[in-house]
Design a protein around this ligand. Sequence first.
Ligand code: IPM
Ligand code: MN
Length: 358
Amino acid sequence: MTKKIAVLPGDGIGSEIIEQAVRVLRTVAPSLEINEAPVGGTAYDLHGHPLPPSTLKLAQESNAILFGAVGDWKYDKLPREHRPEQAILGLRKALGLFANLRPAVLYPELANASSLKPEIVSGLDILILRELTGDIYFGTPRGIRTASDGPYAGSKEGFDTMRYAEPEIRRIAHIGFQSAQKRQGKLCSVDKANVLETSQLWRDIVIDVSKEYPDVALSHMYVDNAAMQLVRAPREFDVIVTGNLFGDILSDEAAMLTGSIGMLPSASLNASGQGLYEPSHGSAPDIAGKGIANPLATILSAAMMLRYSLDSASLADKIEQAVQKVLQQGYRTADIYEPGTTKVGTAAMGDAVLKALG
Ligand code: IPM
Ligand code: MN
């Protein structure tokens, strides 16, 4: 059966980086059915909504989604439900994409790009597994109201609710242990169990699930300490599993350890293997339209898509090897450029990957 993918370029540099990833996909997997739809601010301009029903329907009917990026300052004044970010949050929720895999890998060729000393980061290869459909991101009640009690009664107050149900914790914990089994066998669960009830339950459930994975070494860390350990000794980590909010923050931190957020792909999976694949970076409106954005994170996201949702691990390997090769050949976009290498734009980087694919 022909596999269907939805391509949602979005805003800012989204269309430029997606274009290169689609070229790569058409080359390695010519039988894929590829359909494109607007999302984010671009969709708001066209249809009055960042995630129009037609785009959501296409996503739901596809085996996988290749997502560019959303967001632009010009939408900052819109009411929250119309802002571009609602598109990605809406897709995560509607498709049940609860497991977010964010690898942070330091390519040896880019060792100088990290802000940490080479002896601390060389060889870094960690996986942040972020729960993506629960926590304070989606918990209700939430809102802005007039406080009815306490010292600020009568003042306006904003409120959000952090909550996790046992099944939500259980299923992400299983993915954490299974990911660790395929890697170095170490899982670190990050929470704030010294303060939060949500985290206390999180820790209890993770410990319970660990009984099914005696081959995985489980540790626990408070999120503040984890943020510190990530810059002190990041290679101590293998897989980190954590909730939505802590994972949002720690994955940005981990990405920067590699010095090149333009290199990092991500996958968001649901229980039936359907997935959304996107670069870890944002829409970078400041460089949009200039043809200088790094397309490699998106190309590597396409590789993750082949591996996790399209059952084509060997094609994924081919793409990843091609990316490695262009780095060895010295091709660099501006974000990873250093003297002595060859500076190229978005399309030329795509050309180089296609050439390396042979
Ligand atoms: C991310 C982003 C999103 C998030 C925003 C755009 C809603 O920061 O994917 O990490 O907070 O999850
Ligand atoms: Mn984020």
